[in-house]
Design a binder for this molecule. Structure first.
Ligand code: URA
Length: 210
């Protein structure tokens, strides 16, 4: 009997929630597996959960998530149209001066965690992947991806017919004034480009060898 994408993702979520492949399992409150349309032609991949995501178990629900939702809405996209997840499923953080702060994922954490992302992609089979931030772009597109020079461009990848990278919403939130507005416009432009690419790719013939 064929298992639907929704069922396959649910089974994978159950497995992922028990993950102890790296030390983040000891400090997480929740695994943030991902959510959205299991058959979405457009998949968004961020870096990893922050404080609010760790507390709720849902991706992009903090301030960066609010900016992402605003940018998606500007392209007439809702979360029900897309699937959203992260490179890391658990929050990477450090304690500094008694305060917990997010930190970038280490190479070892990415290596331990990305088999989950690969299985998510295999199930969803998106036509287009939009990478939010450099860690996602370096994993999905190429190791030496340069955000300043290469965001907004499409690349063929083994994970999806097309992938494109955009500035991470959390990075945009750290900018001030004109830089904030400019960053937000670029994010909207890149989401819009991804939306159009999905429409285009749906019209392309499927390439099969046999
Ligand atoms: N930043 C990310 O990369 N992912 C989230 O889920 C939230 C913030």
């Amino acid at each position: 009997m064929e298992v639907s994408a929704a069922e396959a993702l649910e089974q994978l979520r159950i497995e992922c929630e028990k993950c102890t492949r790296c030390a983040l399992a000891e400090t997480r409150r929740n695994v943030v597996f991902g959510e959205g349309n299991p058959e979405a032609p457009l998949m968004l991949v961020g870096e990893g959960p922050g404080e609010t995501e760790d507390a709720t178990g849902r991706p992009f629900v903090g301030r960066a998530g609010a900016l992402l939702d605003e940018a998606l809405a500007a392209c007439r996209i809702t979360r029900r149209h897309v699937y959203i997840c992260n490179v890391l499923k658990c929050r990477a953080c450090v304690i500094e001066n008694g305060r917990v702060r997010n930190r970038p994922p280490t190479a070892a954490e990415i290596e331990a965690c990305t088999p989950w992302l690969e299985r998510q992609i295999e199930i969803i089979q998106p036509l287009v992947i939009l990478c939010l931030g450099a860690p996602a772009a370096k994993f999905i597109i190429k190791k030496d991806f340069k955000m300043t020079q290469e965001r907004g461009k499409f690349f063929p990848t083994k994970y999806a017919r097309y992938a494109i990278a955009a500035l991470h919403p959390a990075y945009i939130l750290r900018q001030m004034g004109e830089n904030y507005d400019g960053g937000k416009s670029l994010l909207i432009a890149d989401i819009e480009a991804a939306r159009r690419k999905v429409i285009e790719a749906k019209k392309e013939p499927k390439l099969t060898l046999f």
